[in-house]
Design a protein around this ligand. Sequence first.
Ligand SMILES: [Zn+2]
Length: 465
Amino acid sequence: MQIEFMGGAQTVTGSQHLLTINGSRILVECGLFQGRRQESRERNQSFLFDPAGIDTLLLTHAHIDHSGNIPNLVKRGFRGPIYATAATVDLCEVLLRDSAHIHEQDAAYLSKENKKEGLPPVEALYTTADVEAALPLFRGVEYSEAVPIAKGISATFQDAGHILGSAGILFEIEENGKTRRLGITGDIGRTKQPILRDPNRLRELDIMLMECTYGSRLHPHSADATEELAKVIRKVHQRGGRILIPSFAVGRTQTLVYMLHKLYIQNRIPDLPIYVDSPMAFEATQIFRRHPECFDREMQRTFLRDRQDPFGFARLKYIRSAEQSKELNDLKSPHIILSASGMCEGGRVLHHLIHTLPSPENMVLFVGYAAQDTLARKLMDGDQNVPILGHMHSVNCEINVMEYFSGHADQNELLEYAGYSSPDRLEHVFLIHGEPDSAAALQEKLEERGYRNVHYPELGETVEI
Ligand SMILES: [Zn+2]
């Protein structure tokens, strides 16, 4: 078998792993690379392989750094089936349409700029029409059911506990009279998180591709997360400010809404209005409501038995129109705004940042990972002046980072995951989806535990095993 690392290698975005087994070309993930604008455009436009030569695509989850380049793959000739869990398929529909809009707007803006200088227009990476062409290729699969995907290869999707519908994929492979178990972890979630079930780890693997986003880090104890959030809200409320939470529309937003709901009914936070300002978050929430099969026991109880809506309560308002979004700028009394994108690379959160950063009573609360060179990372790193929509803005408000909400396993949780495959059996570990310091730290720990052949592949690297 051949494994080619075509994206998400030595970085956390743009995941693409290509397997060639028994003559079949199987792509796992087709993520969008996110970073500096120019570099992103170039990296995303062309693939390191021929899309028309790919037989099958499998997707671990709907996050755009795993799914976001699918429409471009189809535009460039891919015609095979795309296997993903039913919830992932539904989420992709929403996420990819939104992504197409962003690319269309981006291209329109750049074309206008080019025109001023007499340069040719810029083509969007892909359009809404390309998304519509890709959607019929999706095939929804059930968790824990082995699906034959090519000659001698079956794939089983196991709950990864990362976002709704997320999965690790177990490949059971018969090749040249040899049977092997290859696991691709996808993004690994955490145990005891709200809404989702704990990760169902892939076990007894011979070969593993493991994400290592937080390979060098340990998350603080998550039991305190709810109280910590309540404290922060009380503090900012008291000084009369606004809390802006840049948050991924899918997953993080629903987790926060669920927690805020709990805090609200328990009277642990003051009675202040909460706005979820992202049309996509609204649509994603509808999809959460449609997939109770992905919920953990506590959610099942609230949602199915008590017939309560965990994603809606009196003080919470979903904002959909752009006018309503702009009206939030004029609010004088304390309030909370959740808005996408989480890495502040686009979306309505940008204009909320412009209105939030100048005042010291306000707070921007980060609750997720931000890749290098993104605006969110700059703010998290304490930059005092940041570029937003072409202008520099000074940061006078409080910037807070709460890591409790990370959707990724930390070093201990990754090691625990690896522990489900014994070092005697596991022949190859490839660390993907992580920056170099994360991978190095995890590699050291894995080697201490006796794992052999732990490798951190480069972009474009090919291995034969
Ligand atoms: Zn993810």
